[in-house]
Design a protein. Structure first.
Ligand SMILES: N[C@@H](CCC(=O)N[C@@H](CS)C(=O)NCC(=O)O)C(=O)O
Length: 216
């Protein structure tokens, strides 16, 4: 088996894939591809140039959700992250989509980008956009707090891809110097800590610290 993850450590989507691989105890290597500065050859692997992409032997796959689903199907003897009843699997997919398409534009592409990444790309921080994103996030925090409904994890009372997909967005949010208000959303904040305490996440955060220090 030769799994290669293309991408950069601070991308929430790369983190999602790496967390899946670690949780599944699948060995992999990383090849650095910086977003916005992709080499021409990378478009043959990831047609939109986005990170992450995965190589598994002769096969190339892109998009974090597609990659995580592939890992689940291709390596069935590893710990399950996208399994359960049809209703549970649908709910995992929904929450992953919610994180990727509703949270990411606010937590990562606005808060993290402006507060942390922009300066290293020679761009100014658009603090007005950050403030609008923070206001929009309130409704998302409310929704997710309600979705937890007193449970430790989002789906089926066990750790799944939904937990990874959501918490990976909170990581970029915190890299943008913002935190979930524990007084207002106590279950969501506790859930974040629970997921971040996992060995997989601790390994990734330690790995990311170096790159974060370089751009901050
Ligand atoms: N839906 C994609 C999103 C990936 C994505 O937007 N990655 C960003 C970095 S966090 C990227 O590659 N941006 C560069 C670009 O769009 O050219 C996934 O889940 O993999």
């Amino acid at each position: 088996m030769s799994l290669v993850v293309y991408g950069a450590a601070l991308s929430p989507f790369v983190r999602k894939v790496r967390a899946c691989l670690l949780e599944k105890q699948l060995e992999y290597t990383s090849e650095l591809i910086l977003p916005f500065n992709q080499p021409d050859w990378y478009y043959a692997i990831s047609p939109l140039g986005r990170i992450p992409a995965l190589r598994d032997g002769e096969l190339n796959i892109c998009d974090s959700a597609v990659i995580c689903a592939y890992l689940e199907d291709q390596y069935p003897d590893t710990p399950k992250l996208l399994a359960g009843t049809a209703a549970e699997v649908a709910r995992i997919r929904w929450l992953e989509k919610y994180a990727d398409y509703e949270l990411a534009p606010l937590t990562t592409f606005t808060v993290f980008f402006n507060r942390t990444l922009a300066a290293s790309l020679g761009q100014a921080c658009d603090e007005a956009a950050v403030q609008i994103a923070l206001q929009k996030l309130v409704a998302h925090f409310d929704y997710l707090e309600q979705q937890l409904d007193g449970q430790e994890y989002f789906v089926g009372q066990r750790f799944t891809l939904a937990d990874i997909a959501i918490v990976t967005q909170w990581v970029n949010f915190s890299y943008g110097q913002e935190h979930i208000d524990t007084a207002r959303w106590p279950e969501l904040a506790a859930h974040q800590q629970r997921v971040l305490a996992r060995d997989s996440m601790q390994t990734l955060l330690a790995d990311e610290a170096q790159m974060l220090a370089r751009i901050s």
